[in-house]
Design a binder for this molecule. Structure first.
Ligand code: PEP
Ligand code: MN
Length: 292
């Protein structure tokens, strides 16, 4: 392994806890993110926040919303995301619901606006080694969710995180989202060995994306449970009020009720591995984006 003085564990027991709005990732509480592959409109996000977000009396099943407004699509003819008009949508829903928002940054030029509108900037699998982007995100006052490249080694993922940290931002969350293999039945192969290894090799939080790993909605709940059993700090799950109507990644998108049932099923597993479901109730309405 190449040296990783900043993100590597290097013999220390310390664990980085990244604070995101009312929630945190890397501590005892699991951090569950839910939302559509692509942001479609405000009503779609509001329905998810209402169904799964915390209320003053209930903790809720998710601690953050996700959804891309800039989408990396294989075909240039597929929906590319709502683009910049989505910035105000995600900020408004986030403020109304009290749920922080995780969204993908595809280019350096998008960073400035995203910092004003979102809580966590996601680097997608296809950009994991976009070193200009990583360097620029090192100078940003927002946590970065760094997804593993679809053919990236564990060492390459750690070095990508080291790029961000070495440019000044140590709030990096790693995400295992499956790696490409020969079998097309699942979209990717969920590498749970990597989750265990990353927890041993770095002090950064590690979450799992069972949706892009599986590519099939009927696998998402079991892979989520396996991820938490393996020691993941959280999950990022694609869900939609009407999964079959999702504009992108419908086949791996689960319903809001399915998310609620799946999160409930994580309780005993979390307890068995010394973790717990997050218990925070909703933040006051009209939450402001807080710099980390
Ligand atoms: C996504 O999270 O919507 C996404 C495009 O994921 P990945 O970069 O892991 O393919
Ligand atoms: Mn997707």
């Amino acid at each position: 392994m190449k040296p990783a003085p900043l993100v590597g564990r290097n013999g220390s027991e310390t664990q980085t806890i990244v604070h995101i709005g009312n929630a945190s990732v890397g501590g005892q509480d699991l951090f569950i993110v839910g939302g559509p592959c692509a942001v479609e409109n405000a009503a779609q996000l509001a329905a998810i926040a209402d169904h799964l977000g915390p209320s003053p009396s209930q903790p809720g099943q998710i601690q953050a919303l996700r959804g891309g407004i800039y989408k990396p699509r294989t075909s240039p003819y597929d929906f590319q995301g709502v683009g910049s008009p989505g910035l105000d949508i995600i900020k408004r829903i986030s403020q109304q619901s009290g749920l922080p928002f995780v969204t993908e940054v595809m280019a350096v030029a998008q960073i400035e606006a995203l910092v004003d509108h979102a809580d966590v900037l996601q680097v997608g699998s296809r950009n994991m080694q976009n070193f200009d982007l990583l360097r620029a995100l090192g100078q940003v006052n927002r946590p970065v969710l760094l997804k593993r490249g679809l053919a990236a080694t564990i060492e390459e993922l750690i070095m990508a995180a080291e790029y961000i940290a070495s440019h000044g931002n140590s709030n990096v969350i790693l995400c295992e989202r499956g790696i490409r293999s020969f079998d097309g039945y699942t979209r990717n192969v969920l590498d749970l060995g990597a989750v265990v290894a990353l927890k041993q090799l770095t002090h950064l939080p590690v979450i799992v994306d069972p949706s892009h790993a599986a590519g099939r909605r009927e696998l998402v709940a079991s892979l989520s449970r396996a991820a938490i059993a393996a020691g993941a700090d959280g999950l990022i799950i694609e869900c939609h009020p009407s999964p079959d109507e999702a504009i992108s990644d419908a086949q791996q998108t689960i319903s809001l009720d399915a998310v609620a049932a799946l999160v409930e099923s994580l309780g005993p597993i979390a307890e068995a591995v010394g973790r717990r479901l997050a218990t925070a109730k909703s933040a006051p309405a009209q939450r402001q984006l807080v710099a980390v």
